[in-house]
Design a protein. Sequence first.
Length: 177
Amino acid sequence: MRYLMLLVWMAVAVCSCFNTKYDDTEEKRLRRRADSIRADSIYRLRNIPDTTLAIYKRVAFCDTIHVVVFDRVKMLSGDEAAEYAVRHNRFGNTEKIIVNPKVLLETLKIAPGAQILLLENDNDSTEVVTEVNGKDTIKYHKHHPSFLSDGLPKEDLVQMVIHRRFIVYLKQLPKDE
């Protein structure tokens, strides 16, 4: 009798596992499809490198990781810059205008092997990178992320490459650029 009760109990337990209903309504299918498309687009965005111009705010050292706080900006040139200058009553240099319509600070980590190029301020670094920009030759020094707090002034324009939510390349841009 005891074995019979155990056998019935096991049969009920097994039947209850296989007797569950799967709710597969049209609304649920569309929701799952939208969620998978969203997840794929987020994955794609994070895995495609993003080149951006930004205004450097500060650097911090948190839990053995260097992080940079910045605000993304857009540079207008040519007809766009002239149009923007007329609309906003800006006079003077209208060849290149830096536009920051909304201050929205971002904080990202610096990748362990990130390349950081700062303008020639001192002769501390060993490697010098020269870049020919039109007629000018600009000298950059490669630096460690910890140097950013002393070597890069706040509110300076930088160019960054972001990949997988890490900064892999940071370059200080000259004031006239």
